[in-house]
Write a protein that binds this ligand. Sequence first.
Ligand code: ADP
Length: 150
Amino acid sequence: MKKIAVFPGSFSPFTKGHESIINSALPLFDQIIIAIGKNSTKKPIFSIEKRKNWIKDIYSNNHKIFILDYSGLTVDLCKKMEAKFILRGLRNVDDFKFENDIAKTNMKLNNDIETVFFIPPAEFSHISSTLVRDIMLNNGDTSNFISFKF
Ligand code: ADP
């Protein structure tokens, strides 16, 4: 059976930190679906199409990576895509507190799906989409934080 994982997130934008999670996960899975979550209550700064195209720029030659957007529960997306794994990143204890709750909630919603956590290398662990977004919007140098052309 194919090992399929979903990496869900806002990815606003997709940073070198996110990329490091994918790099760690690639040898472990046959297929990784990068799933951009739609938040129905918030108007995003970067459109879904923009975010999707930026990620496509990075992975256009990688046959293991698929990119899509979704609304609804991540566990429902996993079931639809026949994915048994959810990938998430842990930068620090704050992430741990947040991710711990999400993982346990998802476990209650669907016990067949396992959340797998990755710790990024130190050089990426300070990167957050919020800060990178600010640099992008203010025309700063983004080269240390994102890989796509902006
Ligand atoms: P969400 O809104 O679902 O938290 P994000 O796009 O902010 O979406 O993050 C998606 C996942 O990537 C989360 O598990 C987050 O902890 C992780 N992540 C974000 N930035 C980094 C980073 N620099 N290094 C490793 N993991 C990260």
